[in-house]
Design a protein around this ligand. Structure first.
Ligand code: GUN
Length: 298
């Protein structure tokens, strides 16, 4: 059984990006600049955004964190998004989700200029992904593919079973895994209405759990020799930990891991890869690799 070490792989990717940024700076180009909007004080979101800012530093990027209280109105937040759209110094930006209930996440996402949408959440990017067109690919699915590729895990022709159909992970991962240019796999997406779920899971060569239910995947749900990718990162109370919680994946690691050819740990698996892919997308934005760079004249 091999652990798919996302922490190490993400560190390698940050170094590669940093080297490319130094080449760009030597050539007289400006450093890539990522902005992040964080609304409120959700503990998980605070940690994710702090890690994104740290990753920017490691990559040699400029970063800007815009923080707002959860009393901000939707109109005020949309105005901030438009301001970032129009700021030629910002190559790409993200609005950390979830947002407070009084704000429509969909309206916010659709207000982001798709050419700066390094999360890949805008419907133009999500649609272009399914059409096989150049786009920003959302970071978690992209990170899963990159982690498998860098560990030599073949996806072509394999049965990939995805638990979860979210816009952020399940749906875009299914779109990537089925395409010849990416996964080239046979894909099944399971969800709360799936019948014979354990049976579906047992058919998987690669099983991806992205449902946010700690310990959902048990040993009886996997076939020996499977590759398991655990996207879950739920905070569960744990008085023995200094912060009073631990991160739990969707997979019961202790009982599933011995059956696996490969498995991702939580933490240290998919999470760091997600952030590394956000950095790759920001670099692509700064270089104009996917869409022409937005100039002040636009
Ligand atoms: N919330 C959970 N994952 C993500 C992510 O990848 N991007 C943003 N913006 N919010 C998230």
């Amino acid at each position: 059984m091999e652990i798919l070490d996302g922490k190490k792989t993400a560190a390698d990717i940050r170094q590669e990006i940093a080297a490319e940024v130094e080449r760009m700076v030597q050539a007289g180009q400006k450093r890539p600049h990522l902005a992040a909007i964080l609304v409120g004080h959700d503990g998980g979101s605070e940690t994710y955004v702090a890690n994104k800012v740290k990753a920017c530093e490691a990559c040699g990027f400029q970063s800007t964190l815009l923080r707002f209280e959860d009393t901000i109105t939707e109109d005020e937040l949309l105005a901030e998004v438009r301001r970032l759209n129009d700021d030629p110094g910002i190559d790409g930006f993200i609005v950390q989700l979830p947002l407070p209930r009084h704000i429509s996440e969909q309206r916010v996402i659709e207000t982001i200029d798709y050419r700066k949408d390094v999360d890949g959440f805008h419907p133009i990017n999500a649609g272009r992904l399914f059409a096989g067109l150049p786009c920003y690919i959302s970071a978690t699915p992209k990170g899963i593919l990159e982690l498998l590729r860098r560990h030599g895990v073949e996806t072509a022709g394999r049965r990939v079973v995805i638990l979860g159909r979210s816009n952020i992970v399940g749906k875009p991962l299914a779109g990537l895994m089925m395409q010849r240019a990416y996964g080239d796999a046979t894909v099944t997406v399971c969800h709360s209405r799936t019948r014979n779920l354990a049976e579906e899971c047992r058919r998987a060569d690669i099983l991806v759990a992205a449902i946010g239910q700690p310990g959902f995947v048990t040993a009886d749900m996997v076939r020996p020799g499977v590759t398991v990718v655990d996207v879950g990162t739920t905070r569960v109370p744990d008085a023995s930990r200094p912060r009073g919680f631990r991160l739990s994946g969707d997979v019961r690691f202790d009982e599933v891991a011995p059956l696996c050819a490969h498995i991702t740990p939580v933490p240290g698996g998919v999470g760091p890869m997600t952030i590394a892919m956000l950095m790759q997308n920001t670099l692509a934005a700064a270089r104009g690799d996917i869409y022409p760079r937005i100039t002040a004249a636009d």
